[in-house]
Design a protein around this ligand. Structure first.
Ligand SMILES: O=C(O)C(=O)C[C@H](O)C(=O)CO
Ligand SMILES: [Zn+2]
Length: 278
């Protein structure tokens, strides 16, 4: 499993584009027929993707975790960003249409990922976001639109968007993971502007439904020492607790946001007025 070690904000000014991308961007999340996992030491998050491509994929247990199975001491949030999926967890079957979110708690041992055999169209693409878990919460499936919905932004500021909270304090309960999906309305391009940081949590974004010829310019770094990453469809960004995480696309898109750390309070964020960003 690829490992990304924790970074200090003072390292960023010395990073060129390649170093920024090697450190904070995960370019190949979805590989047909595989489960890919990346371990970041920022809050010991494991993120990755599973593309069954007609096969059945078991959640792997990377030797670096020194566990009997992936969720022995962990929990995972899964969002399907592809075609209809099926997840069988310790014998329980969950069917995930595009946009659905499944939470699997600590102690869930046998997890098998596949395309929904009754599904049609493209194959499943499951985004995985895992954090250490100190206790067990029940497995739970949330279908698109069933979570807590927030309507944000305005067309006039090109950031009109719908934010779906799935795993959070007032939704599906978990130890650390907070997870949801934000969709930009047609013609809106900016997410998370004004930007913010939250020193209590690391946050990762997986951008998806980015047209093939489009890109998202993702703003990162400390508020007064920003850098950017040019992100393509189905690529993920690791945002340390001290980093802003905002993006503007050359087209509208969706993204999965997911956090882990000290608390699970979604609104616990330190907003940075656009006038103060450098
Ligand atoms: O578009 C947005 O705004 C978001 O999706 C914000 C993220 O959920 C986030 O950064 C929460 O801390
Ligand atoms: Zn955030």
């Amino acid at each position: 499993m690829e490992q990304r070690y924790a970074t200090h904000p003072a390292q960023v000014p010395g990073m060129d584009t390649a170093a920024l991308r090697d450190t904070y961007l995960v370019e190949r999340v979805f590989v047909p027929g595989e489960v890919t996992l990346v371990y970041t030491h920022h809050d010991r998050i494991v993120l990755g993707g599973a593309v069954p491509a007609g096969a059945e994929l078991a959640l792997p247990v990377p030797p670096e975790l020194r566990s009997e199975y992936l969720l022995e001491r962990r929990e995972v949030g899964i969002v399907n960003v592809g075609g209809p999926a099926r997840v069988v967890a310790d014998g329980e079957t969950y069917l995930l249409p595009n946009g659905a979110c499944l939470y699997l708690g600590r102690g869930t041992r046998d997890v098998v990922l596949s395309d929904d055999p009754e599904g049609t169209g493209p194959g499943a693409q499951l985004y995985l976001f895992s954090a250490p878990a100190h206790t067990t919460f029940p497995n739970a499936l949330v279908l698109p639109g069933e979570g807590t919905v927030r309507e944000l932004g305005d067309q006039l500021t090109s950031n009109r968007r719908t934010l779906h909270q799935y795993i959070h304090e007032n939704g599906v309960r978990s130890c650390q993971v907070v997870m949801g999906v934000t969709e930009l309305h047609p013609g809106s391009m900016w997410n998370t502007m004004p930007a913010h940081t939250h020193d209590r949590r690391t946050e990762c974004y997986l951008y998806f439904d980015v047209p093939e010829d489009a890109r998202v310019v993702h703003l990162c770094g400390e508020p007064t020492e920003t850098r950017h990453l040019v992100v393509a469809d189905r690529q993920a960004v690791i945002s340390p607790s001290w980093s802003v995480h905002s993006g503007v696309g050359t087209s509208s898109y969706r993204f999965v946001w997911a956090m882990a750390g000290e608390n699970q309070r979604f609104d616990d964020m330190d907003v940075v007025p656009a006038t103060e960003v450098r």
